[in-house]
Design a protein around this ligand. Structure first.
Ligand code: UFG
Length: 329
């Protein structure tokens, strides 16, 4: 089996993808700075390097020593709110460093990359569900930092033959089905982990950011995609690159959305616990509805969400949070 280098493989989506790669008998090398990732999230079968994607000497050594054939590139900052406050950090970490990383890889002869992109590249879409051909006008530096790398791929392909697939994730959620790994962000901002932390009594209430949106119950609707399904999309993308499928960007979502209230109600059902709710004002930059059109990935990569019904998402997330109330320690 080929060796795959996974940057950011100790992060949330990265670690679930590493687990899936190992289950398929790929040889996996993880490179992670551990600034936001967790060493404990990386399975023992993966070779681990603590380091930064900007370290060209280290990357050269890894590629040579392990005969890396393809890369899945997750390493990035991913907080929309933080990106609004520190856009320079996002353009440096996500855009400049990724560009350097890819350039180093190409010089080492590695020309296949699966890139961790985001629905935030679309900004405020004109049509719902959102298709890959929709205009991409990000409304925050996080989305812009990722979009710039997608754009660079087009030119790198022409100049150096880079083969690439950018996966535009919608709302990643859930945890591994065996309960071994899950979501642990140092400053948590995402809805599902915050709801479950409230169920655990670690927070007094879950705030609902906005109750007057143009949706049936007035709260925002998002397309939640199970992290295990997301991991599977990376494997299929790698295989597609091996088979020389055309490069491009793909949505990874389910095509179905749930409101904030529906998420909280399901969490009450799954946990059987009281979850105090506080109606709060809108959070800046939240569109009413974000739902993916998923025909492209289903047809071209043969991918289909298998675990992304809301109950499975919340049950697996709950199993993880219940057993790891303090995350990876
Ligand atoms: N929300 C609350 N209360 C909270 C937290 C969130 O009501 O305490 C709401 C948000 O306002 C939003 C929904 O729950 O309507 C989901 O919010 P998340 O923060 O969980 O996720 P986002 O939709 O804001 O963002 C996610 C990823 C981003 C990515 C984006 C792409 O975290 O990285 O999807 O659509 F850019």
């Amino acid at each position: 089996m080929p060796t795959i280098l996974v940057s950011g493989g100790a992060g949330y989506i990265g670690s679930h993808t590493v687990q899936a790669l190992i289950e398929r008998a790929f040889k996996v090398v993880v490179l992670d700075s551990l600034i936001t990732g967790h060493r404990g999230a990386v399975p023992s079968q993966a070779i681990f390097y603590e380091g930064d994607i900007s370290d060209a000497e280290l990357i050269g050594r890894i590629v040579k020593d392990h005969q890396v054939e393809a890369v899945i590139h997750f390493a990035a900052r991913s907080l929309v709110g933080e990106s609004m406050l520190k856009p320079d950090l996002y353009f440096y970490e996500n855009t400049a460093k990724s560009n350097g990383f890819i350039s180093t890889l190409l010089r080492q002869g590695v020309n296949k990359i699966v890139f961790s992109s985001t629905a935030a590249t679309y900004g405020v879409p004109e049509e719902m569900p959102i298709s890959e051909s929709a205009k991409t006008e990000p409304i925050n530096p996080y989305g812009a930092s990722k979009r710039m790398i997608e754009q660079s791929f087009y030119w790198l392909e022409q100049a150096y033959g880079l083969k690439w697939i950018a996966l535009r994730y919608f709302n990643a959620a859930g945890a591994s089905l065996d309960g071994s790994i899950g979501e642990d962000h140092t400053s948590e901002t995402h809805l599902i982990p915050l709801v479950l932390k409230t169920a655990l009594g670690q927070r007094e209430a879950i705030s609902v950011f906005g109750t007057d949106y143009s949706t049936p119950d007035g709260t925002c609707i998002r397309d939640y995609i199970h992290v295990v399904d997301l991991a599977e999309a990376h494997i299929l993308a790698l295989e597609a690159l091996e088979k020389d499928l055309e490069s491009g960007a793909y949505n990874v979502g389910t095509g179905k959305g749930y409101s904030v209230r529906e998420v909280i109600d399901m969490a009450k059902k799954v946990t059987g616990l009281e979850i105090p709710v506080l109606d709060a004002s809108r959070r800046v930059g939240d569109p009413d509805i974000l739902v993916a059109k998923v025909e492209k990935i289903e047809k071209s990569l043969g991918w289909k969400a298998q675990h992304s019904d809301l109950k499975t998402i919340i049950s697996t997330a709950w199993q993880w949070h219940k057993c790891h109330p303090l995350g990876y320690e």
